[in-house]
Design a protein around this ligand. Structure first.
Ligand code: DX5
Ligand code: ZN
Length: 218
């Protein structure tokens, strides 16, 4: 079985001690830093923006996986690229009318392109665009807040997406975000998930580093 990648979500980090949480992740088996940007319009919450992420970048020693929960994410491609982000995830629901253009612009800026689907959006909306994307991020909670309950139907979406990816013949990663812990993570990995995002489960653990190791070795 392919090794699962772990992307702890900084949304659950201690923002008053961000540097030490980033250093903990640097020393852990985490693969990426998952950075949730919210605008209070696309989702009913506001998290952090580029000035904070610039500080994250200064200390982070691993790739940034930026998840934009904002309207018109294409307006910020330059800012995300300036962070030297590896992956820029945009929501299908935020740019379905110009998705192809947005993906091309993300690639032109030197980043990998991820397309995110809210829980109620079926995976088949991506059938035509799939060969152009590097990753599909399936939300397993309604975006906007950490600490929510995992929506179990996501497992079936992973399976369906996995078979669509096989059919299209391109190596597209599947990432799942929301309510991921060792229990739900195990089911997700079995269904074909490549990248697990975990926020509260990691940062609320007595030993976040140990918890990341448990996720990594599911
Ligand atoms: C929610 C964010 C998630 C969040 C996940 O909208 O996209 O990345 O941090 O948090 P948990 O793992 O606590 O569900
Ligand atoms: Zn996220």
């Amino acid at each position: 079985m392919k090794e699962v990648l772990i992307a702890p979500s900084l949304l659950s980090a201690d923002f008053s001690n961000l540097k030490s949480d980033i250093e903990m992740l640097n020393a852990s088996e985490a693969d990426w830093y998952h950075c949730d940007v919210m605008d209070g319009v696309f989702v009913p919450n506001i998290s952090f923006g580029f000035p904070v992420l610039e500080h994250v970048r200064k200390h982070a020693r691993k790739p940034l996986d930026v998840h934009l929960m904002i309207v018109k994410p294409e307006k910020f491609i330059r800012e995300v690229a300036a962070l030297d982000a590896m992956m820029m995830n945009v929501h299908y629901e935020a740019c379905r009318d110009n998705l192809e253009e947005v993906i091309d612009a993300i690639h032109a800026a030197g980043m990998k392109a991820g397309v995110t689907l809210c829980p109620e959006t079926p995976v088949n909306v991506l059938r035509d665009i799939l060969p152009r994307v590097d990753m599909v991020l399936l939300m397993s909670v309604h975006p906007g807040f950490g600490g929510q309950k995992f929506i179990v139907e996501t497992i079936d979406k992973v399976r369906e997406l996995k078979s669509m990816i096989r059919e299209c013949g391109k190596d597209v990663l599947i990432e799942v975000d929301g309510g991921v812990n060792t229990e739900t993570g195990k089911l997700l990995v079995e269904a074909g998930t490549d990248v697990l995002v975990a926020g509260s489960a990691v940062f609320k653990a007595t030993s976040p580093e140990k918890y990341i190791h448990e996720l990594k070795t599911l």
